[in-house]
Design a protein around this ligand. Structure first.
Ligand code: SF4
Length: 460
């Protein structure tokens, strides 16, 4: 009983968060920055913050994650970090030779009030930024928002700093990618290719955070959206943001700076959200949906139909990032499961509204909460009052799973105690089959474990 202090009695809390369903902004900014080719993220704050951000990403992706830090000590904490950042920019370009340095702030540098654009222009004026190289930035105060907010801020910065409208529009579609795994980004590119669509996907962490082992040290892996692509994105015909929380700001910025119209969809997780993605791509390009994609959809529908009896009515608790949970909830409802308890630490009223729209009258007893007090403690209390059959979320749920003896499907960020999440996609029809396989594996393992001898079946 690791969580023995979780009580059944639920009291309204306004200020205290226990076991938050989120982490800090700079982690998202760092992840997004790694989706630019040849980019060195840089954390403007203390070494401790930077170590935490890097280690969280490394534990999830099982890859070394590099980043510079302004290494604040007492002096910088009191007088500001200008000298540290100018020195860091000089060191990074001289020693590590990145194409781009992507600076994000931390709680400390935000509280001091360091003006990053002013510091960067000082570095440029003093010749610390070589010709053809770039320094971009975003503000990521972690006492507001979450890692998703930090991701969104850095994706928006990519547009602000790079996108240009040359006046010569082309047929390319910008796919502004929400926070998904490198394998998911690869899958989105595969689907776009099948749809015969020229895209610019950004950010793109495929071949960066799932780079192959070649035996050679490669400081900047071959993946990532190039600066050239980010610049040309301003000439594209249309932008599709995948995930309102992580991409809407960037899509709006692209429209206002470069006049690229946009729509924002859910991340294509599950049947309905993938349908909408494919239909939208077909609509904006005028291209026909190929039979191969229709076949992939058909295989997912077939698996759902075949296994319906194991799914129907099963109660699920889920937590994590809104852009993942919203389409996942819809998928569970499509499977005729009951996603009853849903929390996300990322603030934003849209989350509760959208979940209620999706699940409201189809899920009796739905409890959904977003924001800082929407924590794992609250979800555990709900479970204690009325249990569920399945948990879906990140590694932080394993304590609840163990204490309450409920199967856990790991999905979301961070997953620190399993592998595979960054290698096998969970978007698109094929990815949704993998989610379904995971759900069924959990439920059928439990059936086998609990079955009395007389009903223990070889063929289930
Ligand atoms: S919450 Fe703030 S102080 Fe803590 S690691 Fe994140 S940026 Fe640093």
């Amino acid at each position: 009983m690791l969580l023995r202090h979780t009580s059944e009695k639920i009291q309204e809390r306004k200020a205290l968060t226990i076991n938050p369903a989120k982490t800090c902004q700079p982690i998202g900014a760092m992840y997004a920055a790694l989706g630019i080719h040849g980019c060195m993220p840089h954390s403007h704050g203390s070494q401790g913050c930077c170590s935490y951000h890097r280690s969280t990403l490394t534990r999830h992706y099982k890859e070394p994650v590099m980043s510079g830090t302004s290494s604040f000590t007492e002096g910088a904490s009191v007088f500001g970090g200008q000298a540290n950042l100018v020195q860091a920019i000089d060191n990074l370009f001289t020693i590590y030779d990145p194409q781009v340095i992507a600076v994000h702030t931390t709680c400390l540098s935000e509280t001091i009030g360091d003006d990053i654009p002013q510091i960067v222009s000082k570095a440029k004026d003093s010749g610390k930024v070589p010709e053809g190289k770039h320094v971009i930035h975003c503000n990521t105060p972690s006492y507001v928002g979450s890692h998703v907010t930090g991701y969104a801020n850095m994706v928006k910065a990519m547009v602000t700093y790079f996108a240009q409208n040359s006046g010569d529009k082309n047929e390319t579609i910008n796919l502004i990618c929400g926070w998904v795994e490198p394998s998911d980004m690869r899958e989105i590119k595969r689907l776009s290719q099948m749809l015969n669509t020229q895209i610019i996907l950004f950010p793109d962490t495929s071949n960066v955070l799932d780079a192959p082992q070649t035996g050679k040290l490669q400081f900047y892996p071959k993946g990532g959206t190039t600066v050239d692509q980010l610049t040309k994105a301003g000439d594209s015909k249309y932008s599709i943001g995948l995930g309102k929380f992580s991409t809407e700001d960037a899509a709006k910025e692209m429209d206002s700076r470069c006049g690229v119209p946009f729509s924002v969809l859910d991340v294509p997780i599950g049947l309905s959200a993938t349908d909408r993605f494919i239909m939208e791509m077909a609509k904006v390009t005028g291209n026909k949906i190929p039979d191969e994609i229709t076949d992939e959809r058909g295989r997912l529908v077939d698996m759902i139909t075949d296994m319906q009896q194991y799914l129907y009515g099963k109660r699920v608790a889920l937590w994590g990032d809104p852009d993942t949970i919203i389409p996942l909830t819809e998928f569970l409802v499509d499977l005729e499961m009951k996603p009853v308890y849903i929390v996300s630490g990322t603030p934003g009223k849209y989350f509760e509204k959208r979940i209620t729209e999706i699940a409201g009258d189809r899920v009796e007893g739905l409890k959904v909460k977003g924001g800082s007090c929407a924590d794992m403690f609250l979800m555990h209390q709900w479970i204690k009052n009325e249990p569920v059959d399945l948990l879906i979320g990140n590694t932080y749920g394993k304590y609840i799973a163990r204490d309450e003896d409920i199967p856990l499907l790991r999905m979301g960020f961070p997953i620190m105690d399993r592998v595979g999440h960054s290698c096998f996609p969970r978007v698109g029809y094929n990815g949704s089959m993998r989610i379904l396989e995971g759900i069924l594996g959990c439920l059928m393992d439990r059936l086998d474990r609990d079955a009395p001898e007389e009903s223990f079946e070889l063929v289930m």
